[in-house]
Design a protein around this ligand. Structure first.
Ligand SMILES: [Zn+2]
Length: 135
């Protein structure tokens, strides 16, 4: 079986935001904030062969161009229950929400989104089960 090479790049982003989880039994039920850390994963089976992005999956700066409007309009210094429309914005739900937003913006090679709400806790969302090639 012939296997194809695969490259996965990621771009990290940070935002400060409040949320509450109304169904939670403990303190997450209360309005509180986190310094969130996210990663967007982009995959490709080939590298760009010429031009200023030669040897790259995608220029990291290009990923930032997709993230900036989301950070400005929905995430950074916002109340996530209100801006995302998520009634229960867990890390899992926020990761999926960001993925869907980036997918609607047609971010090429979008593979997954990871969201950390504390140093030790986070979630990863991808609609793809494994790192397999998209055709
Ligand atoms: Zn929280």
């Amino acid at each position: 079986m012939k296997t194809e090479p695969i490259w996965v790049i990621y771009k990290e982003f940070r935002f400060e935001a409040a949320h509450k989880l109304p169904h939670h039994q403990g303190k997450c039920r209360r309005l509180h904030g986190h310094s969130w850390l996210g990663r967007v994963y982009i995959q490709s089976n080939q590298l760009i062969s010429s031009g200023p992005q030669q040897g790259m999956v995608m220029d990291f700066g290009k990923v930032t161009n997709y993230l900036d409007p989301l950070l400005e309009n929905y995430l950074d210094h916002h109340y996530l229950n209100a801006t995302t429309g998520l009634e229960n914005p867990t890390s899992e739900a926020i990761a999926e929400w960001i993925f869907q937003k980036l997918a609607k913006m047609n971010l090429p090679g979008l593979y997954g989104v990871e969201i950390k709400e504390t140093c030790t806790s986070g979630a990863y969302y991808s609609p793809y089960q494994f790192l397999t090639l998209k055709t």
